[in-house]
Design a protein around this ligand. Structure first.
Ligand code: ZN
Ligand code: ZN
Ligand code: ZN
Ligand code: ZN
Ligand code: ZN
Ligand code: ZN
Ligand code: ZN
Ligand code: ZN
Length: 240
């Protein structure tokens, strides 16, 4: 059995003599890493409130329901904040979203956000929920602050050092047109304050384009802002 949990408990744990609830540890660990999809490791599936189908995660739903095989009239994204029901991957019990299965007791995600109904067993991403963003992000709460003007969490390194652009994150990438705010890809803030996917920026540079595609200011001195973010859309800002 993995000693991960015990190690995390740190100073209070001694290898001999201190008792931890063996059961609790195993429910936290059992099956961890063996379930989920390419997007998240987790031990439950979600029941999509829109179409009633079961998926590993919201990205799996959106990929399937927006694929070319899907009738264009039936294509849709999941209304994330309406997810209520999950299905335990170990025992198959459908239930209201919560961290521990009501039937078998297994931990369905080591990280669990009750507001987003979001599960993830990979807690090395340092997920946290930002109330102002209304979604869960990664990278550790201590490393980020929420800029009210830009309307997004930015790395603390950028505090007082970035050019604020009203709701800078609430638009589409100027290159690939994906909505930036809840993308899972890395984002960069340009010197002018405009935002773009890191990979789209690299693509531009490969083609010797060194100016912001939005305002044409030069690109140098951009800072990497956040790593990937996780989950949950803010329905006030639907994907265009
Ligand atoms: Zn659906
Ligand atoms: Zn998925
Ligand atoms: Zn279960
Ligand atoms: Zn959350
Ligand atoms: Zn935030
Ligand atoms: Zn700002
Ligand atoms: Zn892009
Ligand atoms: Zn710009």
């Amino acid at each position: 059995m993995s000693c991960w949990l015990l190690k995390k408990m740190g100073s209070s744990y001694e290898s001999e003599g201190t008792y931890f609830e063996e059961k609790e540890v195993s429910l936290m660990e059992i099956g961890s890493g063996n379930y989920g999809c390419s997007h998240y490791k987790r031990r439950c599936k979600i029941r999509a409130p829109c179409c009633g189908d079961i998926f590993n995660c919201r990205h799996c739903h959106n990929e399937a329901k927006n694929s070319l095989e899907t009738n264009p009239l039936d294509r849709h994204d999941i209304p994330r904040h309406e997810i209520e029901k999950v299905i335990c991957s170990l025992c198959g019990t459908e239930q209201d979203a919560q961290q521990y299965c009501i039937n078998c007791g297994v931990c369905m995600g080591k990280y669990y956000c009750a507001k987003c109904k979001f599960f993830d067993d990979d807690i090395t991403k340092n997920q946290y929920h930002c109330d102002e963003c209304g979604i869960c992000r990664t990278g550790g709460k201590d490393n980020f602050f929420h800029c009210k003007t830009c309307g997004c969490c930015y790395s603390k390194e950028m505090k007082d050092k970035h050019r604020c652009v009203e709701r800078a994150m609430h638009h589409n990438c100027p290159i690939c047109f994906e909505f930036i705010f809840d993308t899972m890809k890395d984002i960069t803030v340009l010197r002018c304050g405009h935002t773009i996917h890191l990979e789209c920026l690299k693509e531009m540079e490969k083609h010797y384009r060194y100016t912001c595609p939005v305002c044409s200011k030069s690109l140098w001195d951009m800072s990497k802002l956040w790593s990937k973010i996780d989950q949950e859309v803010n329905q006030q800002f639907p994907i265009a």
